[in-house]
Design a protein around this ligand. Structure first.
Ligand SMILES: [Zn+2]
Length: 476
């Protein structure tokens, strides 16, 4: 009886125990499910800014640094080295990847490294040279973040509807271009500039089926007139060194995130490194008259010369009594430096957003001097001129030095010139001392009136933002 009782008691204990275990397990599973759901909601509903690839690279760099300091070389180093080489090869820099492996002292003894280098070499050998003359160039303005604010029917709405692209459209376009095999290259991948100013074709080798293209963005200045239309305030540098946008919300708080071309492309490349050739990204065509990248860096914000201060600038001074010009320039330069480190480049869009041929040569010179004095100190010198209004300084014939505008710009160090021609998929022209390329506007106007002209890049119907008012207003 006692024995039986004991067995019963034991069984009871065991039953209770397994009950407890079962309940704990269920509770644990519920917690895991709740966490997963929270993660899913966070990933999908709340914009997420952590870049897994960048994080991984950072981890690797920290490990490498630690290993260096310890003077040791462990397996982690090898994995980090392979990851680094793989990233180079993923971005089609096979020579760089092989060089990195060969720079290791134990390369000769390591079959693993030798076979990795061999695989890069084989991939490189299978690449084909893409015809430079057939490279397309697409451009955007600042992206529309808030359709309701941009298309609210005020005086600026029509212009936004014509020349701008919404974030959802941009994301759709970039995804489709990536899926089709497009790879971002730099204008400098297309041509070589000699010390004597001569310009010659370069070669771009890519795996079969990959298509190089150039990306540019115009007027990334966040002009004063755009202030109440839902655009970002500026590009900012986060504490962990990423370039993001700051965006003023309705409740007065500022949100830091991907609200324009630069951070959206950075995030996209972090997730799809093979969208970028050798780590190169786009080129920003900047004016100077209201500063750059959302920073009020032009000299007029310092001198406040009454005959130059516009109504918008006066309003800015009134609203920002604590404005610190030197600090503004420092912050802008920090952002520009971080962008350059991330593969971005800068071009002149003329200081005053001018069509050169509508001005005298003297006026054009003064405009360019203002760009050199106010914009170059922030973003660096550039040899790329991306014309405002797409207004070129000559017809389709190659430039000659008889053209005093070309003669002047070339003497000021401009080697690459870009106009606008959306009617063709590509237009590239080489002279002895210049390269010229036409750009295609992927904006509301183009998508609404000529969807067939962009079908090589993406399908308009599937990216079109239905909250855009239609018809998109005619130009002129
Ligand atoms: Zn422009």
């Amino acid at each position: 009886m006692r024995r039986k009782n004991k067995t019963y008691a034991e069984r009871e204990i065991r039953r209770r125990r397994s009950n407890v275990i079962l309940k704990s397990l269920i509770a644990f599973l519920i917690v895991v499910l709740v966490l997963l759901a929270a993660l899913l909601i966070y990933e999908t509903k709340i914009r997420t800014y952590d870049n897994p690839f960048a994080e991984k690279l950072k981890e690797i760099q920290i490990k490498q640094q630690a290993a260096l300091e310890n003077g040791g070389k462990g397996d982690d180093d090898l994995e980090a080295l392979k990851a680094k080489a793989n990233l180079l090869a993923t971005q089609y820099d096979y020579d760089g990847a092989i060089e990195l492996l060969k720079s290791q002292p134990d390369f000769g003894k390591s079959d693993a490294l030798k076979s990795l280098a061999n695989s890069y070499q084989q991939t490189k050998n299978s690449c084909v040279s893409y015809p430079i003359d057939q490279i397309t160039h697409v451009f955007f303005h600042s992206l529309v973040v808030d359709d309701a604010k941009a298309f609210d029917g005020d005086d600026d709405s029509a212009g936004y509807n014509q020349v701008m692209t919404t974030i959802s459209e941009f994301s759709g376009i970039i995804q489709q271009m990536y899926d089709k095999g497009y790879v971002m290259v730099s204008l400098k991948d297309m041509c070589e500039i000699g010390d004597d100013g001569t310009v010659t074709r370069k070669e771009i080798y890519l795996p079969n089926g990959k298509i190089p293209f150039v990306l540019s963005q115009d007027d990334c200045s966040y002009y004063h007139y755009m202030q109440d239309d839902g655009f970002p305030q500026k590009l900012v540098l986060t504490e962990d060194g990423q370039v993001k946008n700051s965006l003023l919300q309705d409740d007065g708080t500022v949100s830091i995130g991907d609200y324009d071309v630069v951070p959206l492309i950075d995030t996209f490349v972090n997730e799809h490194p093979d969208f970028s050739y050798h780590g190169h990204k786009g080129i920003l065509a900047l004016t100077g008259y209201e500063g750059v990248l959302g920073y009020r860096t032009d000299e007029v914000y310092k001198t406040r010369e009454p005959d130059r201060v516009t109504k918008y600038q006066q309003q800015f001074f009134d609203e920002n009594p604590d404005f610190d010009y030197d600090r503004e320039c420092q912050d802008a330069k920090a952002v520009a430096d971080a962008m350059k480190a991330e593969g971005w480049e800068f071009a002149s869009h003329t200081w005053g957003h001018i069509a050169p041929l509508q001005h005298t040569l003297e006026e054009v010179q003064r405009d360019n001097e203002r760009w050199q004095n106010n914009v170059a100190p922030i973003v660096g010198k550039t040899d790329v001129l991306i014309f405002a209004f797409g207004a070129d300084i000559g017809d389709w014939h190659p430039y000659s030095h008889d053209n005093e505008y070309f003669d002047y710009y070339k003497s000021q160090g401009f080697d690459i010139y870009c106009n606008v021609d959306g009617s063709t998929t590509h237009w590239v022209q080489f002279g002895d001392d210049f390269m010229r390329q036409a750009r295609r506007n992927l904006d509301g106007y183009r998508m609404y009136y000529n969807p067939e002209l962009v079908s090589d890049l993406f399908d308009v119907d599937s990216v079109w933002d239905s909250s855009r008012p239609t018809p998109v207003p005619q130009m002129g």
